[in-house]
Ligand binder design. Structure first.
Ligand code: CO
Length: 208
């Protein structure tokens, strides 16, 4: 890839935006008011705004390997805190995707160096749901299911935070789990039972 093209593309993009709205960048410069926080995978095939048909200013984005929400990851926790408490987003989405390399790596027993502690969190998801996963004989289906269960667990990790619990109580913030199907382009809502999970985990994780 010739990186010169990126700058040429940028010029074309600016022109196309300004042709529709002369004030486009002036408006962008005024600040942001997104309604959605999107936590997705760093995978180059799973773009955030593109697949949702959203543009600049509409979604606050955090991406890491396998869309993880880890309580001691200062990065994701700062993003959640800022988006929920300061930008006051109404929805937090964890979006996983089929054919996720991070999830696949976690399914294999191997020493992957610096990735070990990160993937450990996905291996923990496997351990929690071992009976269900081991009952699936088809490897591809098992892989897809772990992707879904990982999204669900990361939603639960969000619900465990005081930030999310407070915003739910005060202004009905919602948490959603989605999967992007790379093979069809389709976005699938896993219909995570946000309120059910919240009630269920409050016994141990009630923080607000
Ligand atoms: Co991925």
């Amino acid at each position: 890839m010739d990186l010169k093209n990126v700058f040429e593309n940028n010029k074309v993009w600016i022109k196309s935006k300004l042709s529709k709205d002369q004030e486009y960048f002036k408006e962008l410069g005024k600040g942001q008011n997104p309604e959605l926080l999107y936590i997705g995978c760093s995978d180059s095939r799973v773009t955030a705004e593109d697949l949702m048909g959203l543009g600049p200013g509409e979604v606050f984005v955090h991406r890491n390997i396998a869309n993880m929400v880890i309580s001691i990851d200062l990065n994701v926790m700062s993003v959640v805190n800022y988006a929920v408490e300061h930008l006051k987003v109404n929805h937090v989405v964890v979006c996983g995707h089929y054919s996720c390399g991070g999830v696949k790596a976690a399914m294999q027993s191997a020493d992957l160096g610096i990735l070990n502690p990160w993937l450990r969190n996905i291996r923990d998801v496997y351990r929690i749901h071992k009976n269900e996963l081991n009952a699936i004989e088809n490897e591809e289906k098992k892989y897809d299911r772990l992707v879904e269960l990982n999204v669900q667990e990361q939603c639960i990790n969000l619900i465990k935070t005081a930030t999310v619990q407070k915003a739910y109580r005060d202004r009905n913030l919602k948490v959603h789990g989605w999967v992007f199907d790379i093979n069809t382009g389709k976005l699938i809502d896993l219909n995570i039972d946000f309120e059910g999970i919240l009630k269920n985990i409050m016994e141990i994780y009630h923080l607000d």
